[in-house]
Write a protein that binds this ligand. Structure first.
Ligand code: RIB
Length: 295
């Protein structure tokens, strides 16, 4: 069982031919409202792959909050740890263009996820094989969770997104840290290769279309990405993290788990929305088999 502790948002997505320049107005070609949030996305990514997932988050007492919870349940994510608070649900304003995205998150209810919520789910954390957490919730809650997991002996996968608020003294509490290249630079303030060598088998850096890499204590391991037709990259990192958590808990070796996560992420970008393309386990295995036939 995996406990995911993090954000849940409603994504307000606008697609347009080109990103507007400052002060410019452009016409969009699509608008949709879809569930998102790094925590909920990672929970759903792992649940679609067959993991038993408990979600701990806060939503608002509004329409978005109700749809976020319904969506978690529809995707077989256990929602007893979801708090409904007197606030607006978190939203993300997502601009899609030129094969990429720009995102503004307004945390709303996510900023009311406190240490009291973590205490309330201590028995769930205790039964977990892994806790998966990100940084879209208050940093004191993250720090408290890391300490609790260490006390209980539960491994933690921390996806430092967004990187703001990450503190280097969190490292001894983290089993796996998965920044992208930019976040890695922001966190460690040193050359990526140097950081990788400092944290063998602990730091896994995602490189977008280049795949992911880590240092195994003797050599650098580069796990290549799968070429695919990109529709929407939103949630690709979340799919990677959910799938990595699933793979680790399923007992995969680290390199195999990273390859599995890359394959899942490559499938996720083929459809619209953060959660739209998140694959089932059979689809990931099929992609892995096709890739091994071609190599
Ligand atoms: O990682 C993508 C997610 O970031 C979106 O779903 C959005 O809600 C923001 O949290």
């Amino acid at each position: 069982m995996i406990t995911v502790i993090g954000s849940a948002n409603m994504d307000l997505v606008v697609g347009t031919e080109n990103f507007p320049a400052q002060g410019e107005t452009v016409l969009g070609n699509v608008f949709d409202t879809v569930p998102g949030g790094k925590g909920a996305n990672q929970a759903i990514a792992a649940a679609r792959l067959g993991s038993d997932i408990h979600m701990v988050c806060c939503v608002g007492d509004d329409m978005f909050g109700t749809s976020i919870v319904n969506n978690l349940q529809k995707n077989h994510v256990k929602s007893e740890g979801v708090g409904v608070v007197a606030a607006a649900s978190g939203i993300a304003n997502i601009l899609l263009s030129e094969g990429d995205n720009r995102i503004i998150v307004v945390p709303g209810a996510n900023s009311l996820l406190t240490t009291a919520h973590i205490d309330a789910v201590e028995d769930v954390i205790q039964k977990s094989k892994l806790v998966l957490i990100q940084l879209e919730i208050p940093i004191p809650t993250v720090t408290y969770t890391l300490q609790k997991c260490q006390e209980l002996g539960i491994p933690v996968l921390l996806n430092p997104a967004p990187a703001r608020g990450f503190q280097l003294d969190m490292m001894p509490f983290i089993t796996y840290l998965t920044p992208n290249e930019t976040e890695c630079e922001q966190i460690f303030g040193m050359d990526m290769m140097e950081a990788l060598e400092k944290y063998p088998n602990q730091l896994i850096v995602t490189l977008g279309s280049e795949g992911a890499r880590y240092f195994d204590g003797e050599q650098h391991v580069i796990v290549e990405c799968f070429k695919t037709k990109v529709v929407d990259t939103t949630g690709a990192g979340d799919t990677f993290n959910g799938a990595l958590a699933h793979g680790i808990v399923a007992g995969m070796e680290l390199e195999r788990a990273v390859r599995f996560a890359n394959a899942a992420a490559s499938l996720s970008v083929e459809k619209f929305g953060a959660q739209g393309g998140m694959p089932a386990c059979e689809e990931v295995e099929k992609r892995l088999q096709e890739a091994s036939r071609l190599s």
